[in-house]
Ligand binder design. Sequence first.
Ligand code: G3H
Ligand code: 13P
Ligand code: ZN
Length: 309
Amino acid sequence: MPLVTTKEMFRKAYEGGYAIGAFNVNNMEMIQGIVEAGKEENAPLILQVSSGARKYANPRYLKKLVEAAVEDSGLPICLHLDHGDTYELCVSAIEDGFTSVMIDASHHTFAENIKITSQVVKYAHDRGVVVEAELGRLAGIEDDVNVSDANACYTDPSQVEEFVSKTGVDSLAIAIGTSHGAFKFKGDAKLRFDILEEVAKRLPKFPIVLHGASSVLPEYVQIIQANGGSMPGAKGVPEEMLRKAASMAVCKINIDSDLRMAFTAAVRKHFNENPAHFDPRQYLSPAREMIKQCVKHKLVNVLGCNGKA
Ligand code: G3H
Ligand code: 13P
Ligand code: ZN
């Protein structure tokens, strides 16, 4: 089976009340860990590549690794550009064979966001590629995604119909209180499900995307801290909130930080227990296995997309 778009995945996920996991990938071991989990759970997958990942790994290498994953697994896999911030970047990803792109023009005015998103949609749809856009802004600091808490704002539901009808976009990322990274909430976790509900009412059967959806599993924080790391105050989105979102209109749940933490926890533990090791295969094997276990847990206990390939 070749790379697929998210069209069928989202249609079934919406009807079935579950969500598809969109996992960020940067290297071979991450791709292998995710795909092994998908194979064992017979789950459809979205592998997503940020512009930071493209700079780190070289898009050609990632593309070939993902092609190998498709061939090896036989699973429906979508290759998605995460947080494309310009028309040119989206075009370049489409030329590289991505089957889905995100144009994140949420930092522009509403009118400008509509204009840029529409241009990307036109180019993508002419080539059979689907497009995700964003309305509202998430807090959080990533390499290429940098929004201060003060600049974050919730999606305004009264804008969604106009945005979707004018752009023709295929899915929409909304801001309901999640944020990127491993430090999401200072006090209790709080998500604005009322906004999600209102958006769903205004856009019947339309797939919604949740960014910044790592749970920052305490088990990984504990392993990292017990093996020389430091992540005080790390906190993510509780799993029951993600399950609730998946049962509503959310069809795509983005997970990056949890994978980074699983990988780091395994590498730290390995070095702590085996100070003499210096063969990368010795510490990358447990890292790949930790990614696999993390993704299996998400597919079965959070997303509910196991058995849906
Ligand atoms: O939302 C951003 C993703 O976590 C990607 O992060 O830009 O550091 O690769 P990155
Ligand atoms: P996390 O940092 O919560 O994993 O979010 C990832 C994300 O939204 C990628 O676009
Ligand atoms: Zn994101």
